[in-house]
Write a new protein. Structure first.
Length: 150
């Protein structure tokens, strides 16, 4: 794997801030109280992670769709079909309560990592893609686990 360029690394890490914030508000109840009072309840605890997680799964569908444009023929058709799975997963598998939704999102993010690998393996993703995705996925799944299991 090649080094991750600075801009994607910084933007990717910025993109996990809502997950980290949600996990911190689970771990530190006083921070959760402050967040609810200052910003609103939707930005504390598992709620911010669940809502934002569904948004990011949908965003990742768009990223994968973009990778599919770099493929040809049957590979492209398969790539387009696979690229819609994360958004559909978010739509159908969340909404059943915080625990079930959190576990579904964890599974979704691990699943996207497999799709990332497929696109990367076929040369549709940049050479540094897997290094970035493994890092971000580890942070996201850890934060979601805090929301689900603590």
């Amino acid at each position: 794997m090649t080094p991750i360029p600075r801009a994607p690394l910084i933007l990717g890490l910025a993109g996990v801030i809502p997950f980290v914030w949600g996990a911190l508000t689970v771990l530190f109840p006083d921070l959760a109280v402050w967040t609810v009072q200052a910003i609103g309840p939707r930005f504390a605890g598992p709620y911010v992670m669940l809502f934002y997680g569904a948004v990011i799964l949908s965003f990742m569908s768009g990223v994968l769709w973009g990778f599919a444009t770099r493929l040809d023929g049957a590979q492209a058709a398969t790539g387009y079909a696979l690229s819609v799975i994360p958004a559909l997963w978010a739509f159908f598998m969340t909404g059943g309560g915080p625990t079930g939704s959190g576990i579904s999102l964890m599974a979704g993010f691990v699943g996207i990592l497999g799709l990332d690998w497929l696109f990367w393996r076929h040369g549709a993703a940049p050479p540094w893609w897997m290094a970035l995705r493994v890092l971000l996925t580890a942070v996201v799944v850890t934060c979601l686990a805090i929301g689900v299991f603590l």
